[in-house]
Ligand binder design. Structure first.
Ligand code: GTP
Ligand code: MG
Length: 137
């Protein structure tokens, strides 16, 4: 069975949306098999977001992701990588469809960092890599 990494980002934790996100995952039929609260530092974020290190928004993204605790969740289910991306909705909260986590709760502040409540791995290869980073023994 497939596994994915979900992160409730600092904006989601601050706004008390952790339970809402977990409830949507569970109601969809997926299983939570790991859960912890983490204060991410730069080194962890550089590993997690290595594909974005050269992007102009990388600094703002790290500042945002370091702005408070993150809830890291290991989720299992059939085709859960694709399925959770579908629950999350598009990256930009303005474009994300109502009914999705980002569409229902994400706010477009027009600032440099896109605060969009959750992260979900984008492929099963990314999921394995990211679970190794956030759930290393
Ligand atoms: P994640 O699940 O967090 O990886 O989001 P994603 O896969 O939908 O988007 P992507 O991996 O492309 O970008 C990672 C994160 O960087 C996004 O969730 C945003 O918080 C931020 N981000 C992505 N693109 C932009 C952008 O063009 N501008 C800014 N300011 N932030 C961005
Ligand atoms: Mg991504």
């Amino acid at each position: 069975v497939e596994a994915t990494l979900v992160l409730v980002k600092p904006d989601g934790v601050r706004r008390n949306l952790t339970g809402e996100v977990l409830a949507r995952i569970e109601r969809k039929g997926y299983t939570v098999t790991g859960l912890k609260m983490v204060n991410a530092d730069r080194a962890l974020l550089e590993k997690h977001y290595e594909e974005h290190i050269e992007k102009p928004f990388f600094g703002a993204l790290c500042d945002f992701m370091e702005s408070g605790p993150i809830v890291a969740v290991r989720v299992e289910g059939n085709r859960v990588v694709e399925g959770f991306r579908s629950l999350a909705g598009e990256t930009n909260p303005t474009a994300a469809r109502p009914g999705t986590i980002r569409g229902d709760f994400g706010r477009d502040w027009g600032t440099v960092a896109i605060e969009n409540i959750v992260h979900g791995s984008d492929s099963s290869l990314s999921a394995e890599r990211e679970l190794g980073i956030w759930f290393a023994e």
